[in-house]
Design a protein around this ligand. Structure first.
Ligand SMILES: [Zn+2]
Ligand SMILES: [Zn+2]
Length: 238
């Protein structure tokens, strides 16, 4: 029994959804890309040594990368592991093609020697062979890539995935600055804090700040303090 929320933007009644799961979709796209590359270039890694998933970056949810390729040095099983960020969309053909382009970008990393990075060889494969555009570090689909893959995607069906939304509250600083009003009388002052008119500037976590409020005393001289909130909290507390 399948129950879909009424507002689910990827509703199978409306869209030609792929019948398998998300990993299978990514792998089918990777097969297609791998074969395309193979027509002109010999990959250094066999297809079966490349695995793909949708998941958050191992570097953390705040990472700005939308895809990542880990090399076999990060694998106990000699695999190259590609992760696609779940904030990528799939609710229409254009979004599925852009997600496929991220797969192509990471597969291009995966078929080249580790350490290749975004050099000329990388550019040749992703741009000349596959038709993507943009800076090598941030490629986009563009007309040639779209033309190459759109029939395949339409036949395959759309990626059965609804874009996830990042919690922007977690973005930015996780600490607040606690600034001593003692200025030059404070032994904890630094040249930098003095130019701003403060004594010791300490930082406490937002969690501690929420518990204590702004009643901190300077830990160096005991003077009263002024707490500076990061941008994102200022809105919270307004
Ligand atoms: Zn890259
Ligand atoms: Zn002080």
């Amino acid at each position: 029994m399948k129950t879909l929320l009424p507002e689910n933007p990827v509703h199978e009644e409306h869209l030609p959804l792929f019948k398998g799961n998300r990993e299978t979709w990514l792998n089918k796209v990777a097969d297609f890309i791998y074969d395309k590359i193979n027509e002109e270039f010999v990959p250094v890694v066999p297809r079966e040594n490349i695995r793909l998933s949708i998941g958050f970056m191992p570097g953390g949810v705040k990472g700005s990368a939308i895809g990542v390729c880990h090399y076999e040095t990060h694998s106990t099983g000699n695999y190259r592991e590609i992760f696609i960020k779940p904030t990528l969309g799939a609710s229409n053909l254009a979004e599925c093609i852009e997600t496929a382009q991220v797969v192509a970008h990471e597969v291009t990393h995966a078929i080249l020697p580790s350490g290749t990075g975004h050099n000329a060889k990388f550019s040749k494969v992703i741009k000349s062979y596959l038709g993507a555009e943009g800076k090598p570090t941030a490629t986009i689909a563009g007309p040639r890539f779209t033309l190459m893959i759109q029939d395949f995607i339409q036949e395959l069906g759309y990626l059965p995935h609804s874009k996830m939304v990042e919690d922007t509250k977690g973005k930015g600083s996780t600490t607040v600055a606690v600034r001593c009003t003692g200025a030059e009388t404070c032994p904890g002052a630094s040249d930098k804090s003095l130019t701003q008119g403060w004594g010791l500037i300490a930082r406490v976590s937002i969690a501690v700040f929420r518990k204590v409020g702004d009643n901190f005393r300077c830990m160096a001289c005991g003077s009263s303090t002024v707490v500076e909130l990061p941008e994102n909290l200022r809105k919270d507390y307004a």
